[in-house]
Design a protein around this ligand. Structure first.
Ligand SMILES: [Zn+2]
Length: 163
């Protein structure tokens, strides 16, 4: 994804109130984030419990989402719906996002099971645990990265859709 500045990200929030955006705390290592190796940028707000954010590089520009982590954990080990990591490297938890516009003001939300630490981009770059001889691993990896990007972008588009 393209690299975005903090002010670009703050200006890109959708479905969040102005006061919520004002309280956003960026991770301490923000300046070291390697956006080249990410399909989206997600982080936890270290000052607000259960609050996380995700930035997606959409065609029209960055889209930033405010996520609330569900209090209840999914039963058993859940698979992330974005990276579909079959190794279950990270714990997937349920996040909800308020929808944009009028629907969001009426309280409409969307949910997604996502890696708790937003390690999806890293997972997508890992090789599958088992593969046949002759498998084009670079192609497999490229496809996993493309899938992740497509799923995250689709989720952001759904949040933004007023339908
Ligand atoms: Zn994931």
């Amino acid at each position: 994804m393209r690299a975005f500045s903090q002010s670009e990200i703050l200006a890109a929030f959708t479905g969040a109130t102005r006061s919520e955006v004002k309280r956003v705390t960026f991770p301490e290592n923000f300046n070291e984030v390697d956006f080249d190796r990410l399909e989206f940028f997600g982080w936890r707000d270290r000052k607000i419990p259960r609050r996380s954010y995700v930035v997606v590089d959409a065609e029209s520009g960055p889209v930033a989402l405010l996520l609330t982590r569900a209090e209840a954990k999914p039963r058993g080990r859940a698979m992330c719906s974005w990276c579909n990591d079959v190794n279950l490297t990270n714990e997937a938890v349920l996040y909800t996002v308020r929808r944009a516009g009028a629907a969001g003001r009426r309280g409409a939300t969307l949910g997604a099971l996502v890696c708790d630490n937003f390690g999806c981009s890293k997972n997508a770059r890992q090789l599958p645990p088992a593969f046949h001889k002759g498998t084009d691993l670079d192609a497999v990896r490229a496809e996993r990265i493309a899938d992740l990007r497509r799923r995250v972008t689709a989720f952001a588009a759904e949040v933004c859709s007023e339908a």
